[in-house]
Ligand binder design. Structure first.
Ligand code: GRF
Length: 222
């Protein structure tokens, strides 16, 4: 496919969402290609996933810069050198300031493991379990300076089970993330979404007939 959007992926660690995006990009029909992977941590396992897939992977180590702005300027320069058009944060654990966010406004995505605006920040799954929600999930959104905020592109919902631990819930949500992120990136890269009044607008497919009910509508017989 010609005219694929050039994507830079920012990571800090494991890189399983990066791997899901790399996998999606293998299809000729996918509207984006990953041209650069940048980690702020030198030993992020995700860097190796990228290299194995033949993608340029570099580290811009935040500890090597005196100020956040210096770090962000280096990040920005690396993305521009690779002629990146869209930035996808995938487990990128640095807070980005106005300096970087404004330069990539409406061209930078993030994935967060909750149904935003609920449970922003860290320890998401612990807090979802504490709150006793029956449904959790994941969100892909455009990045704004306020953490885990910005126009929502797509969400996936998963049930919370009575015996869930933060780890088991995280695993269920992560499985959904791996489908959600490639889907959301494709929506943006193909030009299917636009932002109006800080909300994402696109020609939605018709809604499924049933909502997700959890627990299910059938009451178990006693
Ligand atoms: C994911 O749960 C993502 O939603 C969050 O950080 C985690 C990164 O995991 N922002 P991975 O590095 O993609 O495996």
């Amino acid at each position: 496919m010609s005219g694929r959007k050039r994507v830079g992926v920012l990571i800090s660690g494991r890189g399983s969402n990066l791997s899901a995006l790399i996998e999606a990009c293998k299809s000729d029909l996918y509207p984006a290609e990953i041209v650069s992977v940048i980690s702020n941590r030198p030993n992020a396992p995700g860097l190796e996933h990228a290299r194995k897939a033949g993608i340029e992977a570099t580290c811009v180590d935040h500890t090597g810069y005196g100020t956040r702005e210096d770090f962000e300027a280096a990040l920005d320069a690396a993305l521009r050198t690779a002629s990146v058009e869209l930035v996808a944060n995938a487990g990128f654990m640095r807070i980005l300031t106005e300096f970087f966010v404004s330069r990539w406004r409406d061209r930078q995505l993030n994935i967060h493991p909750s149904l935003l605006p609920a449970f922003k920040g860290l320890d998401t799954h612990e807090r979802a379990l504490e709150a006793g929600v029956a449904i959790s999930g994941a969100t892909v959104h455009f990045v704004r300076t306020e953490m885990d905020s910005g126009p929502i592109i797509a969400q996936a919902a998963v049930p919370v089970m009575v015996d869930d631990t933060p780890d088991s819930l995280a695993a269920r949500v992560l499985e959904a993330e791996h489908k959600l992120y490639p889907h959301a990136l494709a929506l943006v890269a193909s030009g299917a979404v636009r932002i109006e009044d800080e909300r994402v607008v696109f020609d939605r497919a018709s809604a499924p007939e049933a909502a997700l009910f959890w627990p299910p509508l059938e009451v178990p017989s006693s």
